[in-house]
Structure formats: C-alpha cells, structure tokens
Design a protein around this ligand. Sequence first.
Ligand SMILES: NCCCC[C@H](N)C(=O)NCC(=O)O
Length: 653
Amino acid sequence: MLVYLTAECCGYPISIFFIVVNEFCERFSYYGMRAVLVLYFRYFLLWDDDLATSIYHAFVALCYLTPILGAIIADSWLGKFKTIIYLSIVYAIGQVTMAISTIHDITDANRDGTPDNFTFHIALSMLGLILIALGTGGIKPCVAAFGGDQFQEHQSRQLNTFFSVFYLCINAGSLLSTLITPVLRAQECGIHTQQQCYPLAFGVPAVLMVISLVVFIAGSGMYVKTDPEGNIMWSVCKCIGFAIKNRFRHRSSSYPKREHWMDWANEKYDKLLIAQIKMVLKVLFLYIPLPMFWTLFDQKVSICHFSGLLGGLPDQMQTVNPILILTLVPIMDRLIFPLIQKCGLNFSPLKRMTVGMLFAAMAFVSAALVQIEIDKTLPNFPSSSESQLKVVNTYSTTLNVTISPNEHLLIESFGVQLHTSKHTYSTISCMFVNGYTADLNITNLDSIEPSATTNYTLVNQGKRDFVLRHGEQWCEFSRKFGFGASYTFLIPSTVFSDDCESITEVEDMKPNSVHMALQIPQYFLITTGEVMFSVTGLQFSYSQAPKNMKSVLQAGWLCTNAVGNIIVLIVAELGKLPKQWAEYLLFASLLVAVSIIFSIMAYFYTYIDPAEIEAQVRKEQGLEPEEMEKETLEMEEKDEDQKNEQGVKQTKI
Ligand SMILES: NCCCC[C@H](N)C(=O)NCC(=O)O
C-alpha cells in the first residue's frame, strides 16, 4: 500500500492554507467588484435602471457558465494547478482593466468631471467583465477540487471540514468586500476634478486578485498535483455518442438488453472510462431538480433588493447572509450534525440537501406571512374595473361635491378625499398642493404655480426640513417620515403670515408598522438551508467524482446555480402574481414539490467510492495484481521524482 505523507499541521495538509487564503482573496475581489458594479453602470456610465440590471444579471449568469470551460481545460489539458494560475492571470487583468475603465480623467478633456468618451469606458469595462467572468468562473470548479486533491484517503473527516472552511472563507471575503467597496466608492478622487472614487472601489478588488494569485503560487511547492489523463472530455463525448449510436443500431428486441445504456459502448471503449462516465452521469442526473433551490435563493436576494422588504436598506441581505453563514457553518459542523449522529440518525449528504431545500421553502412561507402583515397596512387599491379620484379642497369652507347623480363627497376646507397613488412600500413619498396665491419654491422641488400640485416625490426616512419661498418671503418647517408612508401637504394662502404653522399634513398611506425583526426568521431559514444544501453539495460533488473528472463534476454543481439564475430572469420577464404573498407561497410549494422528487431520486442513489470502483474495474479488466502493482510502482516512481523536485516530504509505507 502506498501512502504519501505530505507536510501536515493538526492532521491537515499545510498546502490547503494557501488554497483557502487564495479563495478568501478571490471572493473578496469578486463580490467587492459586484457590490459597486450596478452603481458604476447607473452613475458613471449613466445607464438606465433596466439596462444596468440586465447587464449585471447577464454578467453573473456568465460567471456561472464559464466553470464548464475551466473544468474542461483542467481535466483534459492543463491540469488544475496550471489552469488556476493561467485563468487567475486572465482574471487579474480583467479586474485591472475594469478599474482603469472607471478613471473619468482619461477621457475628461474639458475637465467638467464627466467622461467625454463613453464608448471608450463602456468598451473597456465590457472587456474587463468578460475577462473577469472567464477567470472567476474558470477557476471556480478547479480550486475546490484542487483543495480536495490535497487530502489522503485517511483524511476523509478533515476533507469534509475543509469544504466547510472553504465556504467560510468565501463568505468572510464576500462580507468584508461588500462592506468596504461601497465605502471606497463614496470617497472623492480624481486628477483634474474630484469625483466618486470608482477607481479605488474597483482597484482594491484588483489588488486582492493579484494577492490571491501570489498566495496560490507561494504554495506551489507543497501541492499534490494530478496531471490530466489526455483529453478526457473529448473521450467522454465520443464514448457517449458511440453508446447512443450503438444502442440505436441494436434497437431490435432480438438483441439482449444491457444493464446500463452506457454498456453499449463496451465494444469500442475502455471499461474504466465507461464506469467513470456512469458515475458522473448518475450524479448529474441527480442534479436536475437542484436549480429550483437557487431560483428561490437568488429570488430572495432580488426581492429584498427591489421591493425593499428590508425597510429601504437594499444591500442588507448582501451582508446578513455571509454573517449568518459565518455563524451557522461552525454550529452545524460542530454541534448539530454530531448531535444528529449521536442520536443514531443517518443524516446522509443527500438527506441534508433535501432538508436544506425544505428550509428554503420555509423561508418563503415566512416571507409570505410577513407580506400578509404588510398588506394589512396598505390601503385598498382600485381593481382593474375601478378607478379612484382625489379631490383637494383649497377653498375656505366645506364643499359638497357631486360625482355622479347619487354620490356626494363632503370635503372639509383643506381636506383631501380619496387617494390614488400606489408606490413601493419601502419608500416615502410626499406631494404639495399650493393654495397660495402665487408661485412657490420648495426645497429640492420645482416651483409650483398657484392651485397646482407637485408630483409625488420620494424623500428619505426620518426628520426632513423644508423651506418654502416666494420672493423675499420664506418659512421653514420639518416633518418626521416613516417608511412606506405617503403624505400630501396643503399649503394655505396664509402660509407666510403664520410661519408655516397652517400647513396641513394629510397621511395618504400609513407608515410601515411591521417590525423589521419579523424578517429575521426568513434570513435564518434561507441561510440554514444554504449551509445544508450548498456546503454539502460541494462535498458531495467532490466525493462522488472519479479522480480524473473532479473539476467537471464541480462545474456540473455550479451549473445548477447558473440555471437557477436563468430561471430568475425568466420569472422576472413572465410577470408576477397580483399578490406578492401568493407568489412567495407558489415558490415555496414548487420547492417542496421539487424536494420530494429529489428525495425519491436520492433514495435510489447508491453512494460510491470512485477509487474502489476504478480498482475493481481494473481487476475485472484482467489487470493482474502484479500488473497493478507494477503500474502502481511506476506511478510511485513518477510521483516520487515530482515530489522530490518540489521538496515535499514523502514516505512509502
Ligand atoms: N454578498 C452575498 C454573498 C453570498 C455568498 C454566498 N453565501 C456563497 O457562499 N456563495 C458561494 C460562492 O462561491 O460565492
């Protein structure tokens, strides 16, 4: 038996230290850049909201599709180590390009603070984003699998812990960068004019990517590196193609059935390759329902982003999620899972993933319940067959208004009857009605003519000051605004003589009375679901893959995320149910249905030890033990030469 003893610390290969630090820096770089990307599109390139979010989503989707490319390069051509290095260089160049594209001074010839040649900045930033997507997606399946490769057979417990620590590093990097880069952007910098400091906000992630690469190269002498076994992906495709063709050629019932359809490749292809393809296909088949989890997960983030369920702090989910991950992963690993095991329950990886999906579904049920509470505080909006009318009485006495022969409204002096405006729940809006006899100027608003109204205007939550002006006359007043509320201010003709005292405030829509704390269960549930689902999925994809296709299966796992993201985009296009809570419940039900299907599929899945199966196939192929030993000895010599070159301590037992 051959065992390699690589440099270890507390039972872990020292090389993984470089890999987790590399992952931390890389995720800092990625999420840091993402945190300011939409702001850059909106306020630097001056794109509208739709274009900015579409390009942002397209970029994210691309980042989850490129792992396939990275996995093919790694498993078929360069090996994981070289692929990570080369694609990290591409990635770092992309980040630097992106940072350069945000320097407004490059094209600001007239020095007015805005770029003069937007085409230049757009072209450079798009080039940067393509390189980043290629780099981040390309190395993603390789880094996790490469980390796994560092462990020996006897370190299976440490291997599982590695994936948890790996996930912790992802979230620590993401948390720090999501907090830091928006602050960097808010600084002012520039050569000719001082502007929002996008170059710093994108430059720091670029530096972190370079550090990530340097750290990875620093560990070079310590890694266990496995070389690719030829163009494995091409062989896999040819083998599958041949099996399908051969099965079709022998479709008549006179031919005896074979145990597995891939066995129809037996005539031409190596049994070992066929066995390996079967292992991969079995896992990929199991992944079919999984995008639904990511659809809900990514929807949750978008919902919090766009409907402002978080009370107007759209980026909160971006930090709450990693904070909870940093807390929940150790609790699960050290407490919950061992406790379940102590109770004699077999909480296998696929069971964990199913429970993870159910937690995500519960998060949506919780969101629906909160939404029902929120809806109770909203006014009744007219249905499609109704309309609403708003009448403002600026006359000095009560007026009787007849709308139709039988309907009468009594409107007090400076009162408002009925309300028609629907607005986003997290915002505060207000409108002014000018009952003064001349034009008025109000802070931050256009001037209003007599008897005219302003549009509803969004204002920030909290206490706000307004100044009303007409020529030399002015008065000042403040009001406190609550989230979700809407107000109309009626300005009487006496406004300047009584120092703004007579301004009447009408609350069109009540402020949000649903406590923020009610949203905590949603975060908790969805993140618990993520820990059970995602960390386990990462481990499972590694453990069930044959040695030469580890990156490919990691890429398959990442693809479930890509498909989930694409479904989010489709759902957004298809429109929404009239009631938000109904939509949440629909998604929750869909995920419960999918988790039931997944649990049935999981029930029929047999966990395998790919190395054992490969050894068995070799044996069946007639590779006698002596031959296998010879083959092993040859491998040992080759590896020993390689390790000696790298200066790694290696012992044969
Ligand atoms: N700013 C939100 C970051 C969420 C990170 C998420 N919890 C995660 O771990 N994603 C996996 C990854 O590889 O990025």
